[in-house]
Design a protein around this ligand. Sequence first.
Ligand code: BEZ
Length: 259
Amino acid sequence: MDRTSTYFQNQWNAELYDSKHSFVSELAADLVEILSPKPGECILDLGCGTGHLTHKIASKGAEVIGIDSAPTMVEQALHNYPQIDFSVVDARNLPFTEKFDAVFSNAVLHWIKEAEEVVIGINKALKPGGRFVAEFGGKGNVKAIVTAIYNALQKAGYPADSGLNPWHFPSIGEYGSLLEKHGLQLTFATLFERPTPLDDGEQGMQNWLKMFANSFFNGLSLDAQMSILTDIENQLRPTLYKNGTWFADYKRIRVIAIK
Ligand code: BEZ
């Protein structure tokens, strides 16, 4: 079957992100505690989204720069926190040299398949002795959801094309080796399950799929998309829907590394 028309917008909708997916920054509040920003430090928030964690870091007295590749997110971040320095920057091509005491990143690195380019840029951006503190999706992240998406696509007559999958979920072994290869000393790494409740009751899984998984469905007719979404929900309901709330089967990596 052909992919002919487009229903999902393949761009970051900053308002939807803030209103229906606020758990992304709320769950990472303790990552900022691990970062432990100090007054006077210069910190990069890589993939700042709408700026909530950047603001939390700044509130500890550090000087923070927030960067994101999505102009819509940066625009919303500037609207939310006009006093903070936010800009549109591609993490695969970081323009900083020995500028930061720390690089911080939450829920972003799994969107970038070119992980090595990012790590090279982070190493270059850090001052000697600087730290990298990050959390993102690790090996096995959203496995049930991805399996259901491919099942539904195949049942509807679309090939299971791995090129549609926008995510890179490395193991801690893989990612730790990459950090070490590029001059960062891994001091902490963990992979843990974090089943995450989604906002908006019965709508929660569809909202999540429309916001984060749209690349699987772009180009399909509206009818095909609606029936595929329903099929995905039906497959996942027995395991990921409990007492009126949908859950995403998140599995996170946390790493700390020192230059
Ligand atoms: C995550 O935060 O793990 C995630 C978010 C969106 C899509 C896939 C994974």
